[in-house]
Unconditional design. Structure first.
Length: 368
């Protein structure tokens, strides 16, 4: 029997789970905090080097546990400084993670699934299909790796200051794994990030937006991309299950649960599809007088897609129209396009692909 394969990977375990693990071993709860700091702050994976743990405990951990980091297959660096890593996820699968350096911050865009089942029309990940959910260890391992290989910031802090769940997959369709990761990102004994520096991006899984609002106060970004149901049905098929009115009502409830919380609405700019001034006026009608911000995203092309990016002048007119009406609107700067690391381009390596026919039943299964 392969004993190593049965060892428990501590990498993705949050504090209360580790406390239960140590209690079962007859250890005090503070051991969980010590191990969290060793793994996530000092990035030590060898129990023998965790020197404030008793030798007997280190020996026990060596027998029953491990700290296993996802294997890095490749690293690519863009001319603009953006870095993309490809991580092995077993059985010939791989996922991608992108680091975006900017003055004053470093943003890591992480993946939560191998592929995606929601099949948004403008997204390379959706075009790949879906294989499986990532484990909490596979998700947080992306953050661990980035902080390990990137030089620290000038103030000595880790390179990653912001986390966005905007890589491969729909994070709220992998809620069971994503929630422990959020706990680790916010924990003072792990990554200690501010709630405003952690963003979940969702295409609109309403029941799990509700759960997230109750269980974890982080920033929320919603992939809207259309101002009416007819167009959104085409671009974001989950809209057929949770149409715009239901989605927005849920968003306003989320914002109301957390003071001073704005919802960011992502809107990919597709030439001749959703980028007219009439669309801008319609979008404003949905969001006016609400805690809403709009982030316009120039479309990034990938093989086999049917769309073209709106030209700069058209994007500028769209943005100006919303701003003139009083809606906070920004346009995302395209980064990493030369290494296929820009928004919507992440494809990884997905085989045994599954496409999920959207229905109430399949969304319940996806979010179980």
């Amino acid at each position: 029997m392969d004993v190593t394969a049965e060892k428990l990977n501590l990498l993705g375990m949050r504090q209360h789970a580790l406390e239960s693990f140590f209690a079962e071993k007859g250890e005090r709860s503070f051991r969980a905090r010590q191990v969290l700091q060793w793994i996530h702050q000092r990035r030590i994976t060898d129990f023998d080097l965790m020197t404030d743990l008793p030798k007997s405990l280190r020996e026990t951990l060596e027998l029953v546990a491990k700290v296993e980091i996802p294997i890095t297959i490749a690293e690519n660096k863009s001319a603009d400084g953006t870095i993309k890593w490809l991580f092995e996820s077993g059985a010939g699968q791989a996922v991608e993670t992108v680091f975006i350096p900017e003055p004053g911050r470093g943003t890591l865009c992480i993946s939560s699934q191998v592929g995606c089942a929601l099949d948004c029309a403008f997204c390379a990940t959706g075009a790949q299909g879906f294989n499986r959910n990532l484990t909490a260890a596979e998700i947080i391992g992306q953050v661990w790796h980035a902080n390990e290989v990137l030089p620290p910031r000038a103030n000595g802090e880790p390179a990653v200051t912001n986390i966005v769940f905007m890589g491969m997959g729909e994070p709220l369709a992998n809620y069971r794994s994503v929630l422990p990761v959020l706990d680790l990102l916010l924990s003072d004994f792990a990554y200690g990030l501010s709630r405003r520096r952690v963003t979940i991006s969702t295409s609109g899984l309403v029941p799990n937006i509700e759960r997230l609002g109750d269980e974890c106060n982080v920033s929320l970004a919603v992939s809207l991309h259309a101002p009416n149901d007819e167009l959104r049905d085409r671009l974001v098929p989950i809209n057929k299950v949770h149409p715009i009115e239901e989605l927005l009502d849920c968003c306003w409830r989320y914002a109301a649960k957390h003071s001073n919380r704005f919802i960011t609405f992502e809107y990919v700019m597709l030439g001749g599809v959703n980028d007219s001034l009439a669309h801008a006026d319609e979008l404003y009608g949905l969001l006016q007088d609400r805690p809403a911000k709009v982030n316009l995203i120039p479309f990034n092309s990938f093989a086999g897609n049917e769309f073209a990016r709106s030209d700069r002048a058209r994007i500028a007119r769209f943005q100006d129209r919303l701003r003139q009406k009083g809606l906070v609107t920004t346009t995302r700067k395209t980064r990493g396009e030369d290494i296929d690391a820009a928004c919507g381009q992440l494809a990884g390596k997905v085989s045994d692909r599954v496409r999920v026919r959207l229905s109430e039943k399949t969304t319940r299964i996806a979010m179980a």
